[in-house]
Design a protein around this ligand. Structure first.
Ligand code: OOG
Ligand code: NI
Length: 318
């Protein structure tokens, strides 16, 4: 809608947020995520040790409810103010989802440094089309988003503090939502927490800069990868290759006073091959902008399942 602009024209936006502050916010968001998700922490350690140090992030992803101003725009505001630009929309009608992705200011796509101090990640934000759910599910979600009428202004604060902008959910609400939309249930208990960050595989140095090799390394260290469809997700053009771990579980203290295990976050891997028009460039001249950009509905549809009960049960062999 108003966030999307004409295809082909990437409009530059002036930044109103200093880069040092922006990177601190990314770092705090990452820290909350690492503290909650031991698999992500261990996998990052493993890849750093194996590859010899520096790694870069391809994208950060968030989930939202498209109701009461809590949707994509709530999470996107901070990134837009820093100078990110909205690129494309992806739709997932069966899951009642849509997503937008955003690219960082051009000069920060290929800069030096590692992790949140390196090239800036793309941002992938999805939203649940709440009005497509059953009346019961809509009532539940709105009960939370309604009470926190101004909560949507503080989405980025929720990500850096690791807290919800709405009251602690009831387990009964969580269960009802989970039956209809696992995405809805995830978002109710995780809110604007980082859903995953993604290692930029082609920017690694050793043999694991090919994603098949990286998947082998991850699996030989006993981490479970999301097998929905297949472990390796490949775009129709063959140039965007993705895989992801199955989400960690965390104990959540519900409003009734009971504690239950719920899915938290996962980590993803993305390899972007060089676009056909740049295939003759020498290796040391290849920049991020010469590679397959963006996301792919078919891949994303399967990656969403990284937090599903199906994948988590397979992982725990239940
Ligand atoms: C996002 C799934 C899609 C990608 O890179 O295509 C995705 C989610 O699980 O919220 O991450
Ligand atoms: Ni992703």
């Amino acid at each position: 809608r108003d966030l999307i602009q004409k295809k082909g024209k990437i409009q530059k936006r002036p930044s109103t947020i200093p880069e040092t502050f922006f990177r601190k916010v990314l770092e705090a968001t990452e820290n909350i995520y690492l503290n909650k998700n031991p698999t992500a922490t261990s996998v990052l350690d493993l890849v750093r040790r194996y590859d010899g140090g520096q790694l870069c992030y391809d994208h950060f992803a968030f989930r939202t409810f498209d109701v009461d101003g809590c949707g994509i725009s709530a999470m996107a505001q901070f990134f837009l103010d820093f100078g990110y630009v909205v690129r494309d929309e992806l739709r997932f009608p069966k899951k009642h989802l849509r997503a937008l992705w955003f690219s960082p200011p051009e000069h920060l796509l290929d800069c030096k440094g590692e992790g949140v101090n390196g090239p800036l990640p793309r941002i992938f934000i999805s939203e649940l089309l709440v009005d497509k759910l059953s009346p019961e599910a809509q009532v539940i979600i709105k009960k939370y988003t309604d009470v926190s009428a101004h909560g949507n202004k503080y989405a980025a604060l929720a990500s850096v503090t690791g807290s919800l902008t709405w009251p602690t959910p009831l387990f009964s609400d969580y269960q009802l939502l989970a039956r209809e939309s696992e995405y809805a249930a995830w978002t109710l208990v995780n809110g604007y927490a980082l859903n995953h960050l993604t290692i930029s595989v082609h920017r690694l140095k050793s043999d694991v800069r090919k994603i098949e090799k990286l998947n082998e390394l991850i699996q030989s260290n006993k981490f479970k990868l999301n097998s929905e469809g297949s472990i390796l997700k490949v775009s129709p053009d063959g140039r965007l290759l993705q895989s992801s771990t199955v989400a960690d579980s965390m104990v959540f203290h519900f409003a009734e006073g009971t504690s239950e295990s719920v899915p938290a976050s996962y980590i993803e891997f993305a390899e972007r091959l060089v676009s056909p028009e740049y295939e003759n460039l020498p290796d040391d001249k290849i920049l991020e902008c010469h590679r397959r950009d963006g996301f792919e509905v078919g891949n994303a549809d399967k990656i969403f399942e990284s937090t599903s009960a199906g994948q988590i049960c397979q992982k725990l062999a239940c």
